[in-house]
Ligand binder design. Structure first.
Ligand SMILES: [Zn+2]
Length: 484
């Protein structure tokens, strides 16, 4: 008889073959559950792991699994029934919660999707497993699960994300997709584990949840900003750069820009991303781990040879990627990218700090955009009030003192949060001749900003104030998300 084994955990896939020793190692680590099915490579017969001779499963539940003291059919393969049976005997998995781990994991995904969550966090605590969702940038608790099923849940997602389920002491990452919602939308999920003293934490990011928002008009840009943006995305060459902190929605805007350009000026499009967050039909998307600098730079150089019209680089992180981006922009390509700075003018300074010459920057950068995301007030329950003179001054609009603004209240429509969805706050800084000259002369962020304000180019704060006065968001929210 062979020492090669397959196993399955109820997701319709078979894993293996592995040696018994490997299976034992997984079992000892708590990753192979008593309820998983195992078969010898030379047999078609599946057996519940708990009943496989020699496979000592040492998780807490095993002892129970081995007490096959009643008339339960050993060949029974329904996970749910068995886990439930285990739980009943053990008395640890309280209440009548869905204890089928696979179904539970699927259900968590469905709920996250339904609530338009961007992230799912599964955190082990001392006695429970805490499941939280990030919705509109804010964490909320979804479930508190019995700690006894923590490992099973984590293992389920680790298998989906093709991680090594036996490795639980090192951080890992992976990705998978699931079809979610009534329309069975294909959602990409990036998963990362982190070992902690109470067990493994798992963070999953739902990457394509907001695809339907990927149009310029839905980003929340003012009409004037949309026109400017559309005009610049139609250019033949140069760079359009987005700035803002992590989580400010930069990639959403980049994708929207790309889609707008594709719809109006078809051509060859290539993206280099880390990771690919949304699938765009008609675009060659290359996923590069930007921590791997060698491959990132070489991929960037290679794509120039494949003659694209438009290149999107997920993020300019260092001198090497800045150098390739600027070369592309100087040689007849339109380059979209993002850069980690706080202000539109800061993009210029950052590129110069990375070692680019001010004249190169002035010659290639066409449009700098600063972006933040603010939570949108729930239109069903927002509460009107007067803006005080002090608040009006704080948002740079003393003229708006006494005008009606709104604050959050909370109703069933918004799950009591008072907010629903988010809106982008934008500053668009087109680099015209005057600004280009200023960049060459000084390149200083303060000088560039001053000139922009003299030219009456609205700043981030102006857009935030407009969205406050327009009733879209609250005073507290724009103060919280904006660095004045
Ligand atoms: Zn509401």
């Amino acid at each position: 008889m062979t020492d090669q084994w397959f196993f399955e955990i109820g997701d319709g896939q078979t894993y293996g073959p592995f040696t018994m020793e490997k299976l034992r190692k997984w079992a000892a680590a708590g990753n192979l559950m008593p309820t998983h099915r195992v078969r010898r490579a030379d047999s078609q017969e599946w057996t519940i792991a708990a009943y496989v001779p020699g496979l000592e499963i040492t998780t807490a539940d095993t002892t129970v699994a081995r007490v096959a003291d009643d008339d339960e059919d050993e060949t029974r393969s329904k996970l749910g029934g068995i886990v439930a049976a285990l739980s009943r005997k053990k008395g640890k998995v309280a209440d009548s919660q869905d204890t089928d781990v696979v179904a539970l994991c699927d259900e968590l995904m469905e709920i996250a999707f339904e609530r338009n969550a961007s992230d799912i966090h599964i955190d082990p605590e001392e006695n429970i497993t805490l499941v939280q969702l990030r919705v509109d940038g804010v964490l909320e608790t979804l479930r508190k699960l019995p700690k006894t099923i923590h490992n099973a849940i984590i293992s389920r997602y680790k298998v989906l994300a093709k991680m090594d389920i036996a490795e639980r002491r090192m951080a890992q990452d992976g990705r998978f997709f699931q079809c979610l919602g009534p329309q069975q939308r294909r959602i990409h999920i990036r998963a990362a584990t982190l070992p902690t003293t109470h067990g493994e934490r798992l963070t999953m990011r739902l990457l394509a949840v907001q695809t339907e928002q990927l149009t310029l008009s839905r980003l929340g840009m003012s009409e004037m900003a949309t026109r400017t943006f559309a005009q610049y995305t139609a250019q033949k060459q140069g760079m359009i750069l987005l700035s803002g902190p992590t989580g400010a929605g930069k990639s959403t805007t980049l994708y929207a820009a790309l889609r707008h350009r594709m719809a109006n000026h078809p051509g060859r499009f290539i993206t280099v991303e880390d990771p690919v967050e949304f699938d765009i039909v008609g675009v060659a998307q290359i996923e590069v781990d930007s921590a791997d600098k060698v491959s990132f730079d070489s991929v960037l150089r290679n794509i120039l040879r494949s003659d694209p019209d438009v290149i999107m680089i997920g993020e300019i992180r260092d001198a090497a990627s800045a150098d390739v981006a600027i070369k592309a922009a100087l040689t007849g390509h339109l380059v979209f990218s993002s850069i980690h700075t706080n202000s539109a003018a800061g993009v210029i300074t950052r590129l110069i700090d990375m070692g680019l010459e001010p004249f190169q920057v002035a010659a290639t950068v066409r449009l700098c955009i600063a972006q933040r995301l603010a939570r949108k007030l729930c239109p069903e329950c927002r509460k009107p009030r007067r803006l005080t003179a002090a608040e009006a001054a704080a948002v740079g609009r003393p003229d708006a003192a006494n005008s009606t603004v709104y604050e959050p209240k909370g109703c069933p429509k918004c799950n009591g949060r008072g907010y629903k969805g988010r809106v982008g706050l934008f500053e668009l800084l087109p680099i015209d001749e005057d600004l280009a000259r200023k960049i060459v002369e000084s390149g200083n962020e303060g000088d560039i900003t001053r000139l922009a304000r003299e030219k009456k180019i609205p700043g981030l704060r102006d857009d935030a104030a407009a969205k406050l006065i327009g009733g879209m968001t609250s005073f507290d929210e724009i103060i919280a998300v904006s660095a004045w």
